[in-house]
Design a binder for this molecule. Structure first.
Ligand code: 5GP
Length: 172
């Protein structure tokens, strides 16, 4: 069948049956995938609760349910874009402005000594929710968290130069 297309309504649940028959494992996979796809939209639409700290017409910021450090906040656009390379510049500018304000609030009100701002793109980069978001993570001296920042080295200076040239070409 040419051009077969599946789309999921936000209330669709494969565990409740439907138009096509698949195994239970597939149903569980589809159910999880469907939920993963929509978790931030559900927060935007107030279908699931979140501790919201900031909202304007285009942007929402709320507490991450699994904080790296307590106070960890997510900043998202209300409209879903993903990944960063597909996100309009003005949307990105709005997100980073709000992230900056949240970082300041974490330092001023939570007493954070520093802040990590992180943005993951793709499962290879650790992204779980395919809706662009900035993590704003307050950091405290001696908070015990360590990033697995395992710095490597280039085989030789030419290897680094070659990669730099490729990136420069991509910017042309
Ligand atoms: P990613 O790995 O995609 O960069 O980050 C996704 C983040 O969303 C994770 O830090 C995770 O804890 C958070 N998250 C996932 N589901 C929920 C949820 O239902 N509510 C909230 N508040 N955060 C969530």
């Amino acid at each position: 069948m040419a051009g077969a297309h599946f789309s999921f309504s936000k209330d669709w649940n494969p565990l409740h049956g439907g138009a096509f028959s698949v195994s239970r494992d597939w149903k569980i996979f589809l159910f999880r995938y469907h939920n993963r796809m929509n978790i931030f939209e559900k927060i935007v639409n107030r279908e699931i609760p979140a501790a919201i700290v900031y909202e304007d017409e285009d942007i929402l910021a709320f507490m991450d349910i699994g904080p790296i450090i307590k106070g960890h906040t997510l900043v998202i656009p209300k409209t879903c874009y993903d990944p960063i390379t597909e996100t309009p510049d003005d949307v990105l500018a709005g997100l980073i402005r709000v992230a900056k304000r949240i970082a300041a609030a974490q330092m001023n009100e939570l007493g954070a000594d520093g802040v990590n701002i992180i943005q993951n793109n793709g499962t290879a980069a650790g992204q779980e929710v395919p809706h662009i978001h900035f993590h704003v993570i307050p950091r405290f001296e001696g908070d015990g968290h360590h990033w697995n920042w395992n710095a490597k080295s280039y085989d030789d200076p030419e290897e680094m130069e070659r990669l730099a040239e490729k990136i420069k070409k991509g910017l042309e």
